[in-house]
Design a protein around this ligand. Sequence first.
Ligand code: FAD
Length: 287
Amino acid sequence: MKLDNLFRDKTVFSFEIFPPKPTSPLSSVESAIESLSALSPDFISVTYGAGGSKNGGATTKIAADLKKKYNVESVVHLTCLYHTKEEVRQLLEIYRENGIDNILALRGDRIPDAEPCGEFSHASELVEFIKANGDFHVVAACYPEVHNESSDSVADMKNLKYKVDCGADHLVSQLFLDNEYFYSFREKALIAGIDVPIEAGIMPVTNKKQIERMVSMCGIHLPKKFARVLDRFGDDPEAMRDAGIAYAVDQIVDLVSQGVDGIHLYTMNNPYVAEKIHSAVSSLFKR
Ligand code: FAD
């Protein structure tokens, strides 16, 4: 089912998962997928080639299983820098054959020493291509703290507006730890004329290394409140996990209270953390 009408009646609560490494069997994520599906999120998105490898088979198989075996709507992520148009056309056909109706269209990160195919340079081109070659609901990424390659927030917002004009039906944000960035971004997006639903990406930070990597990779701002959590609990895995869950719950309560269109939870394939968060906030998503 295309997600077109999903945001009409309720605040959306969705999850993101990733396929196993190419060296591990798909069965290694089976039990995580089963537990996460049991929480009945509005949809689960499945990442693609994170880190650059082309893993279309695993992403597609998991997305198809989510629908057929677990009765949960799915979204496949698709990156384009290292694909030709013909390859994307073939992937769209495979999605159709597998009953997949929703695609998160991304440029993808650059792989050091690898030459892009040169047929797609920006996600907007992929959005346009998908819309011209099929009947899919197209999601795109957005960055409340500005994309890390963009020094200019105005140019970044103009590029986002163009991506929406190319056909993106809804947006999912990069993670952030300070909701004020999201509110300010949402207001600027409205002023820029972006009128599609924007889901807030929330990542429960349950270990110190994970967030240090995100801060250096994506330029995420570490608020004082969260820095104090890291200082106090960063070296105690159990306490850090609990504090990370509580922090994410606090962010979600505030976002839903302020009328966010949806929350996209980066589950990191961790059903324990997702279950704790889900049980704390699920009643907020009834309408
Ligand atoms: P774009 O929208 O193309 O933007 C990238 C940069 O180019 C921005 O700085 C933008 O301002 C600029 N730009 C855009 N259009 C133009 C233009 N016409 N002219 C000049 N500049 C322009 N990566 C993966 O590999 N696999 C995944 O599964 C994956 N899932 C993700 C899910 C979410 C929700 C998010 C937020 C990110 C995800 N990523 C994933 C990471 C993503 O691929 C990177 O952030 C990548 O660097 C940018 O992708 P994009 O689609 O946002 O690119």
